[in-house]
Write a protein that binds this ligand. Sequence first.
Ligand code: PLP
Length: 329
Amino acid sequence: MIDLRSDTVTQPTPAMLDVMHRAATGDDVYGEDPTVNELERFAAALTGKEAAVFAPTGTQSNLIGLLSHCQRGHEYIVGHSAHTYMYEGGGAAVLGGIQPCPLPFASDGSLPLDDVERAIKPDDAHFAITRLLCLENTQAGKVLPLDYLERFSALARRHGLRRHLDGARVFNAAVAQDVPVAQICQHFDTVSICLSKGLACPVGSLLVGDQESIRSARRWRKMLGGGMRQAGILAAAGLYALQHNVERLREDHHKAAKVAEALVTSTSIRLREEPQTNMVMLADDMVIAPLQQHLLDAGIRISGHRWVFHQDVSEDDVDRLLDACRRFA
Ligand SMILES: *Cc1c(COP(=O)(O)O)cnc(C)c1O
């Protein structure tokens, strides 16, 4: 089976399993797991931050990030289809009493700064207290321009607001822009990074940021049940991924670009836009069900309009996919 539903479906490679097998471990709740400590140090240095905390999922690392910035009665401004707002069970509101202020994303995945500025509340007892601005990068496979991040950051500074990035796929953005990931992360107080997407770990995410935010996030992680013990087995996979799998993301981008070009030139399948990273987005008005069944019969799984390329889709798989698509056309 070729599985294009998500980049979360990857299996650990023998090399990754080997470092997991050999990982030195200790009780991480006591701060004594050397591999977790090494992963957190490595991730902080790589992203240009003071500190990092290892979490089981990106949902949790986003949540502890939001909880470290905001208290009950605070508000955060976020995209209306952002993962933190739409796909995390309303955790910030349920568990933190943090009110979301969702705004539509622009077609490039950014939040228009005029809209953000209008949504920031004045100091008035009628309103929740605006405290945090939240972006996503990549957003639906799209990379936020660096000059936009500069202007976003300046806006947050002007209003004394904190900045969080849902960087589940921030390494895809860095690779696509050919910049060190720290150049993106510098515009945020905290960044949540998924190890279990294109970086191909079985489990794990990191929240990186300043000492004080990460200390607070670590406290919240424990309260949420995310304090893990001999987590070095998982951290070893994370460390391996950050050291070996970042540049590999280019291959996923290349596969997506190749598929997009072939679909446009040799099939009737239409795209919403050209891919920037590892996702091919079909035109919204494409009727998916017949294509989905046709591909399933050819041993290819898709879940809808978003096709995601990852480590476990080989160049041969790409050719098989394109053959199947041409037969559909
Ligand atoms: C996958 C993802 C997350 C985190 O998801 P988990 O499944 O909880 O690890 C957060 N944000 C975005 C944009 C994601 O794609």
